[in-house]
Design a protein around this ligand. Structure first.
Ligand code: ADP
Ligand code: ADP
Length: 221
């Protein structure tokens, strides 16, 4: 299974990625998590990325494509993988296709802008694992603390209202077009199947609907 999760920031990609990766036993490749790890380690890439991420802009295609190409050569990606937050531009999608990386399905999680600010301003993250919670919609068992490790959760710097607005603008100008990109591809032989899910439903309903479609795909391969 080689899958892409598409949708605006806050759509629930990271949340759903957990379920999908566990069910099909594939690694989650989150470019956002990879960049945050580089920031935390203080590497040159991290220093460059932090400025861009804090502004709600996109890190350059060359850097991202390089990171992803290297990541998918690792052994754990042999049975497949799930891209979460990649591709985010047409150039990234084209580079993936041109590298001969065949994708089985693109799962689009649709959520309107009005819901996004509330989702992201209430998001709390566990930096070590990438696990996410929401203060109201998906609270941890103990307030402010990761369920698994007991470590403190953080409110990401880019999950503040003005940066959220920039990220949404970036999504509309550069990423949204990818649904059209994959819809047009669909006519070609071997193109990924498009699965669209209404992301305003509960976390469990989104999970079940995506799972039903992906199970069909897994069963037919
Ligand atoms: P979210 O899913 O909440 O939008 P991510 O964790 O996926 O956030 O990404 C955080 C930030 O990292 C983005 O706003 C962007 O600056 C950068 N980033 C992540 N993935 C990519 C990508 N594929 N291309 C360019 N920039 C990226
Ligand atoms: P993304 O990876 O697309 O940026 P996340 O999975 O991090 O999105 O979810 C963003 C926020 O919204 C998190 O706080 C998460 O707990 C919450 N969330 C995710 N899915 C739903 C849902 N279906 N209903 C309500 N809140 C949700």
């Amino acid at each position: 299974m080689r899958l892409i999760l598409l949708g605006p920031p806050g759509a629930g990609k990271g949340t759903q990625a957990r379920f999908i990766c566990e069910r099909y036993d594939i690694p989650q490749i989150s470019t956002g998590d990879m960049l945050r790890a580089a920031v935390a380690m203080g590497t040159e890439l991290g220093r460059q990325a932090q400025v861009v991420m804090d502004a709600g802009d996109l890190v350059s295609d060359d850097i991202i494509i390089g990171l992803v190409k290297e990541r998918i050569t690792e052994l754990d990606c042999a049975p497949g993988f799930l891209f979460d937050g990649f591709p985010r531009t047409v150039a990234q999608a084209e580079a993936t296709r041109d590298a001969g990386v065949d994708i089985d399905a693109v799962v689009e999680i649709a959520v309107p802008d009005d819901d996004i600010v509330q989702r992201l301003s209430g998001r709390r993250s566990h930096p070590g694992s990438g696990r996410v919670y929401h203060v109201t919609f998906n609270p941890p068992k103990v307030e402010g603390v990761d369920d698994v490790t007991g470590e403190l959760l953080v409110h990401r710097d880019d999950d503040r209202e003005d940066t959220i607005r920039n990220r949404l603008a970036t999504y509309h100008s550069q990423t949204e077009v990818l649904t059209e990109f994959y819809r047009e591809l669909e006519a070609e032989a071997g193109a990924p199947q498009l699965i669209k899910v209404d992301g305003t439903q509960s976390i469990e309903t989104v999970r079940d609907q995506a799972q039903t479609e992906l199970d069909k795909l897994a069963g037919s391969s």
